[in-house]
Structures are given as C-alpha cells and as structure tokens.
Design a protein around this ligand. Structure first.
Ligand code: ADP
Ligand code: MG
Length: 487
C-alpha cells in the first residue's frame, strides 16, 4: 500500500527543503489554527510574533497512500449512513431502549436525553432538519495483507476540519512537485467539504423561509479552530446569507422565543443553529444547559437536533451492529444495509461478556480475538476515552460486577499497516514517524417534514498519527491533517 515516495522519506536534505516550503505554503493557504495563547484573537500574531496566537494547523509532509477501492467504498456508503442517522433520530423507541442503561450511569447522556424527551413532549416546533456528519474509518490489515474498511465512529455533532482539509491538498501538491513527483502531484483529488456543508446549511436556511433570518454558529469559549469554521461561514456569506457567531452564554443572555417559538437573538431572527460546541460535558454549566433547552425548543433548524446528537453515541453504534437492528431501522433497504454492515468492526456490549468469568468466557467464545486487542470506547461522545490492552483488562476487572459496565462497549481493535511520514507541528523537530491514517467522509442531508430533499457526501478528511498514540484527534494534538493518495 506504499505511495511512490518512500524513496525520498530518508533523504534528509530533500525532506528539510520540502518541509520549509510546506510550512510556508500552509500558512499562505490559510491552513491555520489559533494556538490557545492569550489574547484569544487572530491578529496579535502579526503585531507580537512571539505571542504566537496563530500558527499552522499540523499536517503531514507527504500525502498518505489510501487503497482506492476502500476510498470509493467509504464514499458510496455515505448516503446510506445519512439515511440511517436520520432514521435513528426519528425513532424514539429505539433511542429510549438503546440508551436506557447508559442514562442510568452517565450524567451527560442523561441530561441530553432529558431535553430530548421534554422537547418531544411539548411537541416539536422544528420542521426542517439538517444533518452534517462525518463517518470515520481505518483500513484494517488482515493476516493475508488485504485491507478492509472499518468504521471507527460517526460524528453527528460538530464534525470539524471540513474547511482546513481543502488547504492541505494544495500544500501536498506543491510538496510533491518540490520532491520531483510532478505526475503524482497531479493525481491528488480536489476536496472542499466546506462547500458541501454550506450547501446543506443554505438549503435549510432557504426552507426555513425568512430572508431576514440569520445562521448562528454556536461556538466554544476558546475558539482554537475558528479558521476551519470561517471556511464554512465565508461560503454562506458568498451566498448572501448572514452569519453570526455566538456562545451558549450569549444565548442564555440574549436568546428568546416568540409565541410560535421562533428563535431571536437580541431581536434578530435565527433560521439555523450550527453547533460547533456542546458535544462534551465540559461544554456545559447550568446556564448552558438552559440555553441548549431554549434552542432545542425553538422552531430554528438545529444542526444537529438533540436526537441526532444522541444517534451518534457509542452505545447506539454498538447496538447497530446487533443482528436485526439495521433491518428494523431501514426497512425495505437491503442494499443500503449490506453496504453499511460491511464497514462495521466487531462491537460488543459488556452484557454479552458477563460477570466473573469475563476473560475466559470472552476468549473462548472469540478464539481469534484476544482481550488485549480489544478497544473499549467509553460511553462519552468524545475525546480520550478509549482503553487498550492491559489498562482495558484492569478496568474490565474493576467494573465487572457494577451496573456501570452496561454503559461501556467493546470494539475490536483495528490494525492498519503503518507507513513512514513526517508530522509537521509548530515548534517540533522534524523526524520520521511510523504513521497510521483515519479517513472521514462528510455527509450532509436536509429533511423537510417527511421528505428528504438533500442527501450527499460532501468531501473527505484524512488524519494521520504516529502509531504510538492509541487515541486520535487533530484538536487533541495527536493526529495531523493529511491528503489521501489513491493506490
Ligand atoms: P473520539 O473521536 O470521540 O474521541 P473515537 O472513537 O474516534 O472517539 O476514538 C478516538 C481515536 O481512537 C480514533 O481516532 C482512533 O485513532 C482510535 N480508535 C478508536 N477506536 C478504535 C479501534 N476500534 N481500533 C483502533 N483505533 C481506534
Ligand atoms: Mg473520533
């Protein structure tokens, strides 16, 4: 699965030269992130360079090889996943049953669910629904050396890097030319998910039906990834749609609903609320929860609505892999179901792996899977919650008799074939690493009442990390942006 430049990877002089060009090109192209330094603004970097409030978003020096067939498979299944997420979000009974055990022990999911139930009981005001998700995969390398597409997760809220990723391909095209790989450079695919995301938001805005109304990006207190979001914003401004950026705190202070539950911010009507925040417990205090409830109760199009956020939990992912579940959720769609199922890794609830005999029982019923090769995805929606190997074994031992165990899921560990690359990060030495990649496909859909009026794949994102990191994430400082080179 090697790309055609493994020869230059060890050529220190060529790599140094290409890296210098790459970094400048990334800065020029706007592949940027705020560093989290103070003050939280973008322009200070120019006035006080040593404050470093903005730098380039980390990226690989070289594109990474991705098997063409798996790349195409991931695109081909995206509309099916859009349908599936939409179907889950409309199925109260499924969400209720699937999340029942999680809600008992996980306060975050429980609070989301309470809002969900409350909004349904009042009766939904929202009639137009907008989903923006990103389905993430790794390429699992089998014993015979063939690679298979395996879904890691689907992100149904605040799926990011649809903007910055388009900048990375331009930089890689240049790098390959610098390294004398002009032919390969010409093969890198164009990719601009931000355009597709904006198309979905614009469609939802249009169906909401008020020229005066704005699109509100719901953003974090510390907005490190602001440039990525700006890419989508600018696409909307180009369509003459007004965009405002507000935090939960602003919604708490300035948000209100009129008698028909139209949402207003300081008197300005909001058609679409696009969440780039609100996906982890740390995003909420009491006021923020109240703001979230206000938004959910409103007529505005929420991207996503709270049901769709719940559809993206790990517990739902595990339930989907149980025989018969997909058939219930997508009746009469056997082809879609087959495409979806073909991407699933082995997923198990801890109910299936019961009590005291956990380890023996598990290894005897799954002779080809060792506990040490399983990954546990905690109940949370995001970030640094996976356990592997010995650590996993210890936690399993600790929780084996506690009710908490029902909220955990087990997942087969995916083992991609590593390749050599350089991870370019500000202030980090240039050194070669053994790397693995994760491919994400962006999906966008819009539903008006019962009718799906838009359902598309909107582009891709490749993220690459050194193999020593078990978890991932560009924002978390582990993975970096990359470009697929199809082989
Ligand atoms: P989140 O992004 O919400 O933290 P993920 O499920 O995406 O949760 O897990 C984080 C990272 O952990 C992934 O990006 C991937 O690198 C790694 N990971 C997750 N599940 C597996 C798995 N089954 N096998 C191998 N790596 C995994
Ligand atoms: Mg993830």
């Amino acid at each position: 699965m090697a790309a055609g430049w493994q020869d230059v990877v060890r050529d220190a002089a060529a790599v140094r030269e290409a890296a210098a060009v790459a970094v400048d090109a990334a800065l020029l192209a706007g592949g940027l992130m705020r560093t989290g330094g103070q003050p939280p603004a973008s322009d200070v970097a120019l006035l006080h360079p040593r404050l470093q409030v903005v730098n380039y978003a980390p990226f690989t020096l070289l594109p990474s090889a991705v098997p063409r067939a798996l790349f195409e498979q991931a695109y081909a299944v995206q509309q099916d996943f859009n349908l599936l997420v939409d179907a889950i979000s409309r199925n109260k009974e499924f969400l209720e049953q699937t999340l029942a055990s999680t809600i008992k022990v996980d306060d975050f999911t429980a609070r989301l669910f309470r809002i969900y139930a409350q909004v349904l009981e009042e009766g939904l005001a929202q009639t137009v629904f907008l989903g923006i998700n990103r389905s993430d995969y790794m390429f699992d390398c089998g014993l015979d050396g063939t690679a298979a597409l395996r879904q890691i997760e689907i992100n149904t809220i605040a799926a990011s890097f649809g903007g910055l990723t388009s900048r990375t391909a331009d930089v890689h095209r240049l790098v390959l030319k610098v390294l004398g790989k002009t032919e390969e450079a010409s093969q890198l695919l164009p990719n601009n998910p931000a355009k597709g995301l904006a198309l979905g938001i614009a469609k939802a805005w249009e169906l909401y039906g008020s020229q005066r109304a704005v699109v509100m990006f719901l953003v974090e207190e510390v907005q490190r990834n602001i440039f990525d979001q700006r890419c989508v914003e600018i696409e909307l401004w180009n369509r003459n749609i007004r965009v405002i950026r507000r935090r939960f705190r602003d919604v708490f202070e300035q948000g209100s609903l009129d008698a028909s539950r139209r949402l207003y911010m300081n008197g300005q009507e909001v058609a679409v609320v696009y969440y780039r925040e609100g996906y982890v417990p740390q995003n909420y205090d009491q006021q923020n929860w109240e703001a979230r409830l206000l938004l959910e109760r409103s007529w505005a199009v929420k991207c996503p609505d709270i049901a769709t956020q719940l559809a993206g939990t790990k517990k739902v992912q595990q339930e989907l892999s149980r025989p018969g579940t997909l058939e219930k959720l997508l009746p009469g769609r056997p082809e879609a179901i087959a495409r979806i199922r073909a991407t699933f890794a082995g997923l198990y609830s801890l109910d299936e792996v019961s009590g005291a005999g956990l380890q023996q029982e598990w290894t005897s019923s799954h002779p080809h899977t060792h506990l040490g090769s399983l990954v546990e995805n905690k109940r949370r929606l995001c970030c640094g919650n996976n356990l592997y190997g010995e650590e996993l074994r210890q936690v399993l031992e600790k929780i084996k008799d506690s009710p908490e165990r029902t909220s955990y899921i087990l997942m087969d560990k995916i083992k991609p074939q590593p390749a050599l690359n350089y991870l370019l990060r500000a202030h980090s030495p240039l050194q070669v690493s053994e790397c693995i990649s994760e491919l994400g496909i962006f999906g966008v859909y819009v539903r008006q009442g019962q009718e799906l009026v838009l359902n598309q794949a909107a582009g891709h994102l490749l993220r690459t990390k050194a193999i020593e990191h078990a978890d991932g994430g560009v924002a978390a400082g582990v993975a970096v942006l990359d470009t697929p080179y199809l082989v």
